[in-house]
Design a protein around this ligand. Sequence first.
Ligand code: ADE
Length: 247
Amino acid sequence: AALRVDVLTIFPEYLAPLGLSLIGRAREQGLLDVRVHDLREHAHDRHRTVDDTPYGGGAGMVMKPEPWGEALDALLASAGTPGSVPHLLVPTPSGRPFTQALARELATEPWLAVACGRYEGIDERVLEEAASRMPVTLVSLGDYVLNGGEVAALAMTEAVARLVPGVVGNAESLVEESHEDGLLEYPVYTKPPVWREREVPAVLRSGDHGAVARWRHQQRLERTAVRRPDLLHASAALPVLTGADGL
Ligand code: ADE
């Protein structure tokens, strides 16, 4: 497969959607190799305990280091090419923002792993030791708090996997998307031409391809200015704003 993704979690069922739709089909086609592992397989007491109280006190529980250490050992031992290591992603609200640019970087890698934490997080020594053995990136889906890393693992796997050649049928649909060039997408319409007294913009039915392209570009600029003015200040959008059309 072009991309292998291992997900380590105490809730393997949470990753079931990776068997569906485009990602499920890509797995069947051998383009993607997604493996979900139950962290509790590496907890050996009667209750298969994975968490404990925090040193220094405070609210909540912390994930114990031993199951994580063993799970990461097993992961490295499963390398297809001896000595190869995955790029380990650790979802956390204190991580690097996960963006389309990061998704593109990750899509060039052959092997990713996602360590899904729950509770107040994973014992810091796990991350330190992992970083001595493989590349580790802490990633945040956004400035809000989820209950654990599983939803982030789903989102990141989908965002990265769809950039792997062949996973998305129409490669053109990948470049004309929001966040690929720093502007939001233009509005889209299909038949019927009038629906509940609302008409499709005439320019789209004019057959004038140049006029359609100019209208769409203008829509992208206006939408971005209204909905996401922060994006207009990002460097990727500047060539668009200062380009040949003089805007
Ligand atoms: N885990 C909990 N909240 C998260 C977030 N916002 N992003 C990534 N992982 C998380």
